[in-house]
Design a protein around this ligand. Structure first.
Ligand SMILES: [Zn+2]
Ligand SMILES: [Zn+2]
Length: 110
């Protein structure tokens, strides 16, 4: 039996991927993040997400414990959360492109 790792969380977008597809996804996700970020108004631009140090993707044959795995995913999740921007009206957090959509329906209360 191989390592039964259920999923890996992308540290950029916070979505779940298989341990094989994350390696393909991460560089693509970072590229997309960079072009999305460059398209934002300067005050909404974010710092480039940093790959969490806890990240320990198993290479083939390498064993990783469940707790190490969970710590890795938790670090990635936190990093992805830090990418979210709060709505100035209601305080809920969104990805910048989602926030633009949300702002059309969320108006300041008077
Ligand atoms: Zn991603
Ligand atoms: Zn709102």
């Amino acid at each position: 039996m191989m390592n039964s790792i259920p999923y890996v969380i992308c540290y950029i977008c916070g979505r779940k991927y298989g341990s094989a597809s994350i390696k393909i996804h991460e560089p693509q996700c970072l590229k997309k993040w960079q072009s999305d970020n460059a398209a934002l108004p300067p005050e909404q631009r974010r710092k480039t997400p940093v790959k969490p140090v806890e990240r320990a993707l198993p290479t083939s044959g390498q064993k990783i414990s469940r707790s190490e795995w969970e710590a890795s995913n938790e670090g990635a999740w936190k990093s992805a959360q830090a990418q979210l921007v709060p709505c100035p009206h209601c305080g809920r957090t969104f990805l910048p492109d989602r926030l633009q959509v949300h702002l059309r329906s969320c108006k300041p209360k008077h």
